[in-house]
Design a protein around this ligand. Structure first.
Ligand code: PMP
Length: 428
């Protein structure tokens, strides 16, 4: 498969764009090779600049749950564009969006639209601190919540040590109030809450971790978060930027039956446009400006074109049986991969939740924590990734990112993926 145009573009891109990309994981650093440049997408397929076709399991990192270039979404966007790109003033579409989101996610009484997942989590943290009058926050190792300074904290610092920044440019003082615990470890949580529960403003968690591959919560973990937050008056934030509308119509909170105080959303809610949102209990949300004193704003927030794409996407998720179908597709993929791997003697562990999945090259049969994810064979994943790419399958170019199935992937697409995987396993 020739990718000459991508190679030429990548050479050009590196002159004026740091690393040639506008978001680091696109650079293929973890898997090797040249990033593929795409110019068109339709349904489950991406088409690169050489017009090679790929079955896509990245879905623009989650938003494209309906498949690419969905007709109703495209038409809604074009209609909105015809009326003007941005007014910087309230619109009916924002009211429709707020009504629909609060109906789909019942823990949300109110919602504020923003422009990215990062903005949503940044604001949720500020709001939780403003609401509680406390500074400390708890996050979990391997969970990513966007590039918010206070959340860019080096993993592995252990239960009671304070955070150190994981990126130059983040002052130590900014992460001093961030405590990092092990994901799926209710014991660690107990220790921290007992020691300093009165200082904790918020716990933020990916209810299914999708930024260390795909790690579902173990039995009782989310329940423990809820119970400690209740006991000590801390705000429980579910970062559902990835899992929202992805693992169930009402997100991970609906799937696992645990209700957060605040929820952050992104990706699917924008249908492919730059959108994020945060929302939750009225008592907390009322503290946000202009109702309350916690400041937050955005020139383009609630943008009419973005609202049109998001609404047209969310409305299609109401179809009876949508999530059952999506999950069946995801199961066909992960079960198929596991079966073939077993047949050819490749150590592969797969996970899934709704329309998201994880692939681990390991002999382990259970992965619940960041250190276990890190112990998997990332180099082997890189070889597999490139072998799949050469066979027309586009996986996330990193061993630490969840994969996504869309409703547009049909049996033939998944069968073709499994055929490609059989050949790719042989190349390992
Ligand atoms: N939270 C989670 C759980 C995410 O997966 C991401 C992005 N992958 C973010 C926050 C940040 O979202 P954005 O890239 O839109 O800023």
């Amino acid at each position: 498969m020739s990718r000459t145009h991508s190679e030429q573009l990548f050479r050009r891109a590196q002159k004026h764009i740091p690393g040639g990309v506008n978001s680091p994981v696109r650079a293929f650093k973890g898997v090797g090779g040249t990033p593929v440049f795409f110019h068109r997408a339709e349904g489950p397929y991406l088409y690169d600049e050489d017009d090679n076709r790929y079955v896509d399991y990245v879905g623009s990192w989650g938003p494209m749950i309906l498949g690419h270039n969905n007709e109703a979404v495209r038409e809604a966007v074009l209609r909105a564009v015809a009326d003007g790109l941005s007014f910087g003033a309230p619109t009916a579409a924002e009211v429709d969006m707020a009504d629909l989101v609060c109906e789909m996610v019942p823990s949300m009484d109110m919602v504020r639209m923003v422009n990215s997942g990062t903005e949503a989590t940044m604001t949720a943290i500020r709001l939780a601190r403003g609401y509680t009058g406390r500074d400390k926050i708890i996050k979990f190792e391997g969970c990513y919540h966007g590039h918010v300074d206070s959340l860019l904290v080096k993993a592995g610092s252990g239960a009671l040590t304070l955070g150190t920044p994981s990126s130059p440019g983040v002052p130590k003082a900014v992460t001093d109030d961030t405590l990092t615990l092990n994901y799926n470890d209710a014991g660690g949580l107990e220790e921290v809450f007992k020691a300093r529960g009165e200082e904790i403003a918020a716990v933020i968690v990916e209810p299914v971790a999708g930024n260390m591959n795909c790690v579902p919560p173990t039995q009782g973990f989310l329940e423990a978060l809820r119970s400690y937050c209740d006991q000590y008056g801390a705000v429980l934030i579910f970062d559902e930027v990835m899992t929202g509308f992805r693992v169930a119509r009402g997100g991970a909170q609906a799937l696992y039956g645990v209700t957060p105080d605040l929820t952050t959303l992104g990706k699917i809610i924008g249908g492919g446009m730059p959108v994020g949102a945060l929302g939750g209990k009225k008592a907390v949300m009322e503290h946000l400006s202009p109702l309350g004193p916690v400041y937050q704003a955005g020139t383009l927030s609630g943008n009419p074109v973005a609202m049109a794409a998001g609404l047209a996407t969310l409305r299609q998720l109401q179809r009876e049986g949508f999530y059952e179908e999506l999950e069946a597709k995801t199961e066909k993929l992960t079960e198929g991969l596991s079966t073939i791997a077993r047949e050819v003697g490749v150590g592969l562990h797969t996970t899934r939740a709704g329309g998201m999945f994880g692939l681990y090259f390991t002999e382990q049969t259970r992965i619940t924590r960041f250190d276990e994810v890190m112990a998997c064979d990332a180099a082997r994943f890189g070889t597999f990734f490139n072998a799949m790419l050469d066979r027309g399958v586009y996986l996330a170019p990193s061993a630490f990112e969840a994969g996504f199935v869309s409703i547009a992937h049909d049996d033939a697409d998944i069968d073709a993926t499994l055929d490609a995987a059989r050949a790719a396993f042989a190349a390992l």
